[in-house]
Design a protein around this ligand. Sequence first.
Ligand code: SF4
Length: 219
Amino acid sequence: MSAAPLFEPGAGAGTVDAVLQARELEVLAHDCEGCRCCSLADGRRTAVVSRGNPRARLMLIGEAPGAQEDEQGLPFVGRSGQLLDRLLESVGLDSNTDAYVCNIVKCRPPENRRPTAQEMAACRPWLERQIQLMDPAVILLVGATAVEGLLGIKGGITKLRGQWSRGEGGSLEGRWLMPIFHPSYLLRHGSLEPESPRWLTGQDLQEVQRRLAQLTAPL
Ligand code: SF4
């Protein structure tokens, strides 16, 4: 007879015991540090697992650590991360208290190249575990690589961004998912004109904020 799962996905934050969650996330971070399941282990200074609040209802999943992230051991702390923080702040969200932030792969690819499909697949069990433990109601897929790594959809971020879908199967079951542009793309396209990538991202994040408010509103 199989044991009952520790955590039922889809119910949002608060269903996972805080002490157990903290302990399991600590174990996960330690295990990632020793992981050699793909060749990215060879070039990393440190495995970059997460930052933010594991009790939040919002999870952000990006692509991979860059140089500053590898240096500091924290995701989204370079220029892209700073822009992401400002964009979240503009809709009243703090990336360290209102969100849990991580990446598809935990180790920095050489020359900041995109992680390969094999590397994303090798790292997937760590991400699955993070989703199970954090139990988010809403997941933002930050950039095309996150969409490919999590949903297996290649390309089309321009059309996919801002669109809600409901996760189906496994750790994604029942969760609200939305792709958004990666902040590194927004750094290269800085216009704030209506319909520009940065303006659209502001609209997307307002929609996320509305969804989170609905989810936390009393019935
Ligand atoms: S990227 Fe992921 S799978 Fe590859 S070595 Fe790092 S933790 Fe392991």
